[in-house]
Design a protein around this ligand. Structure first.
Ligand code: GLN
Ligand code: ZN
Length: 753
């Protein structure tokens, strides 16, 4: 009889109640010691191992855990510390400083992990770096699991090719010499693991799911052949995820013991390749068939048939989620307030692992052995589907689909300049202002019914008015209301629109200790009441300077939600866009003349394969324009995005036809400027002049340098001065200090123009 194993590629770090986040933040604040932190983290790690064990998973990962980010762990493990930090000081403080910056040094760049909303710290590899093995994390955790729980686990590490592809600071031509230095260290790590008794070792190479060059493919071959010749006994499982692999034949021929493929996000390509080219009989295929990126209960019947289909091609199987479960919340169990039908239809990390165990049993012991579970699962899914279908009766509101502004940019620019009369290099912020503990507590009191609506409203108004005064005193040119009424930029809108559901503990790690709680789009999205008008108009009533209306864009709402799967994502996006269009009209009716529609997640949804990107971008542009095109020429549409890989989507950004865009730039250390040497961009643009992810207050000169650098490639008449992103995670004092310097910097340069 077939014997397949169940495996977990990675488990969420944050804990059921975000214990992980809380421990980290307490440590950063200085309220717990390093020993306390280590103890708390260990407890969390062991709890996660125990849980996976109890769920019946055969191969439980270690080394997927991290104190911040696994890419940073890999860099740190090899001693790759940027020289502006304490080199060769491999303490936990240095580790956190690389991620968060310190008073003297800016943090390393942070960017999105493939097409997810997880952000990793970009390794900086300098030519004078000599990598060395500082910590063998997977080994440490492997031993810990054995000693503490008697568990034999599966160590996980980030593979060398993906690691160097994600790193920066060196020329691509230096990749080979870099690999020459790194590979022996990898071999040492693997060797130590094998000596300690490790069986399967998972080496993640998600880069293989993107379109890699022939050269990189050769590097993959060289490295894995070397691993094999040096470590014939190491049982390496080469793991890919997020898409199909482009070079299936070459990859399955690599001398490794197992290959992990995602058969959920590959649009059938991996399985098609399997059927076409077969699979070597001496290798194990690890099939990622439970969706690790969404939260719906799996159609187990369908998965069983898929496995049967695969079994007719190859016999040695491991079944697993499509990727690490880092991207989904921990458990549905703790959700008390959800509609029971919806709750039954959901599967977070723990439920997905339970599904996996059912499937494994079904294959190993025959379908009959899981008949009862299959029936229950099907009932749950059917109920959910019925619920969704009831809600999604076709809507015909006769909306005219307008996707083009009335006039072209030049004409709009003139009208807008005449209307707003802004100085050169106008200063503004991205929207949110410090969300202090006081504000979060107030919201909680109000939500728990302790505060009345009126009382809470007044509280919010007081904050708005306090900050309108502050912004005027600081001398900013375009003001914001501060977003104090918002918990989160997507959840806030989701709560006010029709069609969303919310969990209480459904958190997912976004970067470092920052977690997000994606709403769930369960049915048709539509506008039911004004969402932002009250606060924006109040703010505008207090000042003569323009206050920007502030909305989250359709693509971001989509990408930062868990989305129903019974209609296409594009259809859902259009529904959101039309709902936002109504809100924009409502703002305009109240004489709000600058409206920012944030799209920080636009690039995040970009498919990994180039041939799929155009359609996605076209649809994104369509949705943005659907939301924003109906405004008057004088109304200035702003947008904001949080990343710096601008070049490749410059055309798309231009097509959005926003009058002003603000974009993050400081963490990419000026690289973005180079993009403008290649592409010309004529509309209003603010390249963030300081990093907001770190508490550090930048000096005036530093920001002047950033502005001047931008002005080498951009016209002063189009340039805006703003921070990289919203200020909600920052304290009041540091924000005031930083903005004072920012306004100063802008004024100084203005005088020189
Ligand atoms: N307006 C939002 C804010 O300032 C934008 C946040 C973001 O881009 N992630 O918080
Ligand atoms: Zn941002």
């Amino acid at each position: 009889m077939t014997q397949v194993l169940s495996s977990s590629i990675g488990y969420p770090r944050i804990g059921e109640k975000r214990e992980w986040k809380k421990a980290l933040e307490r440590f950063w604040k200085g309220s717990i010691s390093e020993d306390d932190l280590l103890r708390d983290m260990k407890k969390i790690r062991l709890t996660h191992l125990r849980k996976q064990k109890n769920l019946g998973i055969d191969l439980i990962p270690v080394g997927d855990f991290s104190f911040y980010d696994h890419v940073l762990d890999t860099a740190f493990m090899f001693g790759l510390i940027p020289s502006r930090f304490k080199e060769r000081d491999y303490s936990i403080n240095t580790y956190f400083e690389i991620a968060r910056g310190n008073d003297e040094a800016v943090a390393s760049e942070m960017t999105k992990w493939f097409n997810t909303n997880y952000h990793y710290i970009v390794p900086e590899i300098q030519s004078d770096h000599t990598p060395e093995l500082t910590h063998n994390y997977p080994l440490q955790y492997y031993k810990e699991a054995k000693e503490e729980l008697g568990l034999t686990t599966k160590p996980v590490l980030l593979g060398p090719i993906t690691f160097i592809k994600l790193a920066k600071g060196f020329e691509e031509t230096d990749s080979d010499s870099l690999l020459e230095k790194l590979v022996p260290l990898y071999i040492q790590v693997l060797e130590e693991l094998v000596s300690a008794g490790a069986d399967w070792i998972q080496v993640d190479e998600p880069i293989l799911s993107t379109s890699i060059s022939e050269k990189d493919l050769q590097r993959v071959k060289d490295v894995y052949h070397l691993f094999h010749s040096q470590l014939p006994g190491a049982k390496i499982l080469l793991q890919t995820y997020f898409e199909a692999v482009d070079h299936y034949e070459e990859i399955i021929s690599l001398p490794v013991a197992g290959i992990g493929l995602d058969i959920v996000h590959d649009e059938g390509a991996n399985v098609a390749a399997l059927k076409k080219y077969g699979f070597p009989t001496d290798k194990t295929l690890a099939v990622g068939l439970i969706n690790g990126r969404n939260i719906w209960r799996t159609d187990l019947e369908n998965k069983l048939s898929q496995i049967e289909e695969i079994l007719s091609e190859t016999q040695r199987l491991i079944v697993q989620p499509s990727c690490s479960l880092l991207h989904v919340p921990v458990t549905v169990e703790t959700e008390q307030d959800l509609d029971p039908i919806l709750k039954n239809g959901l599967a977070f990390a723990d439920q997905k692992l339970a599904e996996l165990t059912i499937l494994t049993r079904g294959i190993n012991h025959g379908r009959d052995s899981i008949q009862e579970e299959l029936t229950i699962q099907m009932e749950k899914r059917n109920q959910l589907w019925t619920l969704k279908q009831n809600a999604s009766k076709p809507r015909s509101d006769g909306t005219d689909l307008l996707t083009k502004r009335n006039s072209d940019f030049e004409r709009r620019q003139n009208l807008q300049q005449a209307f707003f009369d802004l100085p050169l290099l106008p200063t503004t912020t991205i929207g949110s202002l410090p969300q202090t503990k006081g504000i979060r507590q107030a919201r909680l009191r109000w939500r728990q019914g302790e505060w009345s609506n009126a009382y809470y409203d007044t509280f919010i108004k007081n904050n708005i008015s306090e900050w309108i005064n502050r912004q005027e005193e600081l001398g900013l040119d375009v003001l914001v209301h501060g977003e104090f009424e918002r918990n989160d930029m997507v959840e806030f809108f989701g709560e006010k629109l029709e069609g969303f559901a919310f969990t209480r503990f459904g958190w997912v790690q976004s970067y470092g200790s920052r977690c997000v709680k994606p709403p769930i789009i369960t049915s048709d999205v539509s506008w039911k009441e004004s969402m932002t008008v009250k606060e924006i108009c109040y703010a505008q009533s207090l000042t003569n300077k323009p206050v920007k209306g502030m909305l989250t864009g359709p693509i971001t709402i989509l990408n930062w939600s868990f989305v129903r799967e019974d209609i296409t994502r594009f259809d859902v996006t259009k529904q959101i866009a039309l709902a936002l269009e109504k809100e924009i009209k409502a703002l305009e009716e109240q004489e709000i003349r600058m409206i920012q529609v944030d799209e920080p997640a636009l690039r995040e949804g970009l498919p990994l394969k180039p041939e799929k990107q155009n359609l996605y971008l076209e649809q994104a542009v369509y949705a943005f324009k659907l939301a924003t095109s109906s405004v008057k020429d004088e109304t200035q549409i702003h947008t904001h995005m949080c990343y710096s890989e601008f070049g490749e989507i410059m055309e798309t950004i231009d097509q959005l036809d926003a009058d002003v865009i603000s974009i993050e730039a400081t963490r990419s250390h000026g690289e973005i400027i180079a993009d403008f040497e290649i592409h010309s961009y004529k509309k209003g643009i603010g390249l963030g002049v300081y990093d907001i992810h770190s508490p550090r207050v930048p000096q005036v000169e530093e920001m002047e340098t950033n502005i001047q650098r931008a002005l080498q490639v951009l016209d002063p008449r189009q340039f805006w001065v703003n921070p990289d992103c919203g200020l909600k995670t920052r304290g009041i004092e540091e924000t005031e200090a930083a903005l004072t310097n920012m306004v100063d910097a802008s004024k100084k340069i203005r005088e020189q123009i």
